[in-house]
Design a protein around this ligand. Structure first.
Ligand code: FAD
Length: 583
């Protein structure tokens, strides 16, 4: 105990003192902690859960960063002007221009810094932006996939890494790079040999399999968080697990630390240079969800269950402004019993021989749209005569035999009886479409008409109603062997199937208002000194949009990196250096 602090009139002893206290251990939090440590600060990370990594570790781990060095090296064409046009057309005036510009300017610098000074490693991919109709959109080079890494490099720390979301961990064993996931989802040529190679490598790794059923090779969010953790260990930065932040400590107008619950007692941590809130959104706080998000809602977030909105509550308690609280990174998803989070439907909707209908048996969207747009459309289209919650993903036997959905690996319909019980419980099936209409309780005539029109359009290759398959993104997860439109195929071959889908999310993305340096602002627009927020704890720099894969982790890491420089007084200096260089 070193000194007395003051929190809204209450005295409390300081038990621990550091330069920077980082709350949460997702990608933004650990990027900020690592950067601060590299820049010479004494850093402590506190994490509420028993494992580090948060939703970031469970995710695909991709970052959306225009104009990176790697993209340039690989020959993708982009320019700051194109990136600016694209972002501006999506974000409009919903986010201050200097914050958007800070992202576009600093994200490639953050990536270059992390790749040069830490174990973080990314590959720019041929992955299209999500809104290809907007000016400046690109068919590749902005989404970056984490380079795989072997789990044993983490030693005993691997056991404390948040595992991938069940969706990301096929058979509970393997995860994929983005390129591999595309091959698998679309069952393109090369998918089977690749799978055979992965399985052979896995089976041969007997020593590792005796320790865990999971593959030694980590990809996606697990690879990213493993890389961050390796570097943090080298910097000697501790992560206190099972240590929730309870509240912020304020002295006058400044945040000087936080109270955390650690080792069975409340500990006051003084942070000389700043408290960084990287503690996620209010994904699993049902009260906050019902208060702020569109109705209906429920436990519909695929984020980790420990994300319950502490940043929002603690920030509001010290006068922070908030914004966009009705907003989330949306995705259609479905629920399996015994899983604590929904399974997003990222890729399955754009495959042929399938469509989505509302409870009136009618299509209401371009099923191949990005998961964010599709999730939002489910809400927007929900009406008294045409409910969309749930909607139904409908597919035929051809789809079933070719592609993966949830726990269903491609297989003949006769194999359905061997499906895991959780999958069988949600799957509806009938030998005829009319029978399926009865199974899912939608008007028979309407469903038959919808499928008939869809089938006729599929044969011409043009979706006159929703333009499915017209953008490069629509066709990214499509089956190129299907012509003339690889996202459209008629549903002709029974049995027919349906899965109920809901407007789920990957995390909420409204929250504390921050400036271009990640500083939290109060309700008068003034900086609250000593307090920073990024990731889903802050109101997103992307406003209502989702420009491309990685648009949540890219900003989380970038603003975490900026915050570290700013809190250590190195941000203005970086700014000056840039101006000098520009002159
Ligand atoms: P998190 O990574 O969730 O970290 C927050 C941490 O704070 C958690 O560990 C939590 O336990 C901790 N915490 C909460 N409360 C407290 C407290 N009181 N005290 C201390 N700690 C606390 N986005 C992309 O950009 N690219 C992708 O490829 C991608 N793929 C995805 C795939 C899936 C299956 C899912 C579910 C999401 C995906 N997302 C992706 C979304 C992305 O993962 C999240 O938006 C992002 O991880 C949020 O980061 P964060 O740092 O804000 O929160």
């Amino acid at each position: 105990m070193t000194q007395l602090d003051h929190q809204d009139g209450l005295d409390s002893a300081t038990d621990h003192e550091v330069d920077i206290l980082v709350v949460g251990s997702g990608a933004g939090a650990l990027t900020s902690a690592l950067t601060a440590a590299i820049e010479g600060a004494d850093v402590l990370v506190v994490e509420k859960a028993s494992r580090y990594g948060g939703t970031s570790a469970s995710s695909g781990g991709a970052v959306w960063i225009p104009n990176s060095e790697d993209a340039r090296r690989k020959g993708f064409t982009d320019s700051p002007q194109d990136a600016h046009s694209y972002m501006s057309s999506l974000v409009g005036d919903t986010v201050p221009a200097d914050r958007v510009q800070a992202y576009l300017d600093q994200a490639p610098r953050m990536l270059a810094y992390m790749e040069a000074r830490t174990h973080v490693a990314y590959e720019a991919c041929a992955y299209p932006d999500y809104c290809m109709d907007k000016p400046g959109a690109k068919t590749g080079g902005r989404t970056h996939d984490p380079s795989p890494i072997m789990a044993d490099r983490l030693g005993t720390e691997f056991a404390k890494l948040e595992p991938p979301h069940p969706l990301v961990l096929t058979f509970g064993r393997f995860s994929w790079t983005l390129a591999e996931a595309k091959l698998m989802a679309t069952m393109s040529p090369g998918a089977k040999p690749m799978l055979a190679k992965l399985i052979a490598r896995y089976l041969a790794d007997i020593g590792w399999r005796l320790r865990t059923r999971r593959s030694r090779r980590l990809t996606g969010g697990n690879a990213l968080l493993a890389r961050l953790k390796l570097s943090l260990d080298e910097q000697g930065v501790p992560i206190w697990l099972d240590t929730p932040m309870i509240s912020l400590i304020r002295q006058g107008a400044e945040i000087t630390g936080a109270k955390v619950f650690h080792g069975g007692k409340t500990v006051s941590v003084r942070a000389r240079r700043g408290v960084f809130l990287g503690s996620g959104g209010f994904d699993h706080n049902l009260n906050l969800r019902e208060k702020y998000l569109p109705a209906p809602t429920g436990r519909w977030s695929a984020g980790v269950v420990s994300n319950t909105g502490i940043a929002l509550e603690a920030g509001e308690a010290v006068g922070a402004a908030t914004d966009r609280l009705a907003s989330a990174w949306r995705t259609p998803g479905f629920f399996l019993e015994n899983e604590d989070r929904p399974r997003p439907l990222f890729m399955e909707r754009s495959l042929p021989f399938s469509l989505v209908v509302n409870q009136a048996g009618k299509r209401f969207m371009n099923e191949a749209a990005s998961y964010h747009d599709a999730g939002n459309l489910i809400y927007q289209a929900n009406g008294p005569d045409a409910g969309t919650i749930p909607s139904w993903l409908i597919f035929d036997a051809k789809y079933r035999s070719r592609y993966m959905v949830g726990l269903m690996i491609p297989g003949a319909p006769v194999m359905d009886r061997f499906l895991p019980e959780a999958m069988r419980k949600i799957l509806r099936k009938s030998t005829t479409l009319a029978g399926l209409a009865v199974e899912i309780d939608v008007p028979k005539q309407a469903l038959l008409q919808t499928v008939d029109r869809f089938n006729r359009m599929a044969k011409t290759g043009r979706d006159l109603d929703f333009q499915r398959g017209e953008s490069a993104y629509d066709r990214h997860f499509a089956d190129l062997s299907v012509k003339p439109n690889p996202t459209l195929g008629p549903l002709e071959k029974g049995p027919f199937y349906a899965i109920p889908i809901y407007p789920c999310d990957l995390g909420t993305n409204g929250g504390l208002v921050t400036d271009a340096a990640g500083c939290v602002l109060d309700r008068q627009g003034q900086i609250i000194r000593g307090l920073y927020a990024f990731g889903n704890a802050a109101s997103s720099v992307m406003g209502p949009s989702y420009p491309g894969a990685g648009a949540t982790l890219g900003p989380a890491m970038t603003f975490g990196w900026i915050a570290a420089h700013h809190a250590l007084g190195k941000w203005e200096r970086r700014g000056r250096k840039r101006q000098v260089a520009a002159r």
